[in-house]
Design a protein around this ligand. Structure first.
Ligand code: SF4
Ligand code: SF4
Length: 169
């Protein structure tokens, strides 16, 4: 975290534009099922939010939002009263030293996550669950939901039933 006393640190922090004070990360539950991935997709629908999987396989939501106490010179204006978390930040964890944390995966958009969900669950389960769970929540039949998702271009495997031309079952 930017420090006021050491001018060399300040120069460094200025150069990196206060990277470590410009976002925060929260660990989130590791998604396994379709609906849990949907929660993560909801995070990614928001501006300035990324999600990543770290080197241990833990999932984190990263909110790119600058700390209000970082001044225009990238120094901390509440240095003597800064939170404990900022005090734990050391040269070993400074991003200027570490150069990337070796994430396994990073997601910046809902589409990037969707591609990962298809890869993880398999397309068949992904599509089946999307149809089933959305139909359930909107209280429509799975046929109706299949039709809707098909017209949105979300389905590649599941096809809507073609209407019987004679109108009989
Ligand atoms: S990442 Fe390192 S160099 Fe950059 S602002 Fe934080 S402490 Fe300073
Ligand atoms: S309180 Fe100070 S050290 Fe902590 S994130 Fe904000 S500017 Fe950085």
């Amino acid at each position: 975290m930017p420090q006021t006393p050491a001018i060399s640190d300040l120069d460094r922090c200025k150069e990196c534009k206060g990277k470590c004070c410009s976002y925060f990360c929260l660990q989130i539950d590791t998604p396994k099922e379709y609906d849990e991935f949907e929660d993560v997709r909801w995070y990614l629908c928001h501006e300035n939010v990324n999600v990543h999987i770290d080197e241990d396989g833990d999932w984190y939501m990263q909110v790119l939002n600058r700390c209000q106490f970082l001044d225009e010179n990238y120094a901390c204006t509440i240095y003597n009263d800064r939170p404990l978390l900022c005090r734990k930040y050391t040269d070993e964890t400074c991003e200027d030293t570490v150069h990337g944390y070796g994430y396994q995966k990073e997601f910046h958009t809902p589409e990037e996550l969707d591609a990962y969900v298809v890869e993880t669950l398999g397309r068949e389960e992904y599509e089946q669950e999307m149809v089933r769970q959305r139909a359930k929540h909107e209280e429509v039949s799975t046929e109706e939901m299949t039709q809707r998702l098909h017209s949105l271009g979300k389905l590649k495997l599941i096809r809507p039933k073609t209407p019987n031309p004679k109108g009989t079952s």
